[in-house]
Design a protein around this ligand. Structure first.
Ligand SMILES: [Ca+2]
Ligand SMILES: [Ca+2]
Length: 348
């Protein structure tokens, strides 16, 4: 019916739908590197206008961490565009909901027809409105089902579930489906970036790296049980708490994963180098979630740790099932024409 495609969920497969995606990212423990604790971080964005980026050519991809996902490196060209300097916030999304009455997918009951079993075999909680929330297990584990829970009542307004606190206006919005992000983008006059645009913006002319960055909200310690929080935040941080990259963009790496418009396949097509838009939907394939046409998410999240998910890098990528929100996935917009209040020309 649409680009997202029907989520052919099975109850036992449900946690796999996007949950691994959330997992991608983090390295370097302790505050000995000078990382300031939360109370000392100055959060916020001085200039919230979209940033005009000239087009450019850059080496997209990386071969020394997860080459099967991120390689081969290819010389890639993208045209000029504008990009939000920070992740879409709850404050911004609330303005959209106020103006349009939009109801997100996580706020709606789950259609039993989406499961591949008779309705009486579906756990009742799985049919309630909700989303996937990270809940740290008490014991060490390497099974994502031990730390991802489908929580009825979790949605963008209740990011940690119905018993948790309300959303913080200056934190990035989470628990959205791809269709919710697209609806917001249409309202704002923007769109989701392609993976190439996003990676070009995140690289900002810098070389690839492998170590966990200090100026990004990730996970210091042993995921999923011990986080020393030396970067200042255990969970999601408000936008703009970490230094921006050379293009003036905040939190491209870490905080929340960011959705792109590309469908996911492992690796890059070495011949698709001129404003690439990824494979077609029929060619989408996500080994972690093979029943769904996943989209590419980028940049890692506050859950990325060196022992589990070293995806706190511009080249990092992982597939995400578009119809299931999660507590560590957000987005930001790009624009093909100068948004109101932005610089007139990406060349400027
Ligand atoms: Ca952190
Ligand atoms: Ca981010």
């Amino acid at each position: 019916m649409n680009r997202i495609g029907p989520p052919r969920m099975k109850p036992w497969a449900f946690p796999a739908a996007g949950l691994l995606v959330l997992v991608a990212c983090a390295e370097q423990p302790s505050g000995a590197d000078g990382t300031a604790p939360a109370a000392q971080r100055q959060c916020g964005v001085a200039d919230d206008r979209p940033v005009a980026l000239p087009g450019g050519t850059f080496p997209m991809g990386q071969m020394d961490v997860y080459p099967g996902e991120e390689g081969p490196v290819r010389t890639t060209t993208v045209g000029a565009f504008w990009i939000d300097p920070y992740e879409v916030t709850n404050r911004q999304f609330a303005q959209f909901v106020e103006a349009t009455g939009h109801v997100t997918l996580a706020e709606k009951p789950v259609d039993p027809a989406l499961f591949a079993v008779p309705e009486d075999q579906i756990p009742p909680d799985m049919l309630l409105p909700g989303s996937a929330v990270f809940v740290a297990p008490e014991s060490p584990s390497s099974r994502y089902a031990d730390w991802w829970q489908y929580l009825p009542g979790a949605n963008w307004m209740k990011p940690y579930g119905p018993e948790g606190p309300d959303f913080e206006p200056e934190e990035p919005v989470v628990h959205l489906a791809y269709a919710d992000m697209e609806a917001y983008a249409r309202w704002r006059g923007g769109r989701l970036p392609t993976e190439a645009e996003w990676e070009y913006a995140a690289r900002a002319g810098q070389d690839n790296y492998t170590d966990q960055p200090t100026e990004a909200n990730s996970w210091q310690g042993v995921f999923p049980t011990f986080n020393d929080e030396s970067d200042g935040y255990r969970d999601i941080a408000p936008v703009g708490c970490y230094r921006p990259n050379a293009f003036g963009l905040y939190d491209m790496i870490g905080n929340v994963w960011e959705m792109t418009s590309d469908f996911y396949r492992p690796g890059h097509d070495p011949d698709d180098t001129d404003n690439p838009r990824g494979p077609g939907e029929n060619a989408a394939y996500d080994p972690l979630n093979p029943d769904f046409p996943s989209r590419v998410t980028k940049g890692g999240s506050y859950l990325c740790a060196p022992n589990y998910c070293r995806r706190y890098r511009p080249a990092a990528r992982i597939g995400r099932e578009p119809a299931l929100g999660a507590s560590n996935v957000g987005f930001r917009l790009v624009y093909d024409e100068a948004p109101a209040g932005s610089p007139d020309s990406p060349a400027g």
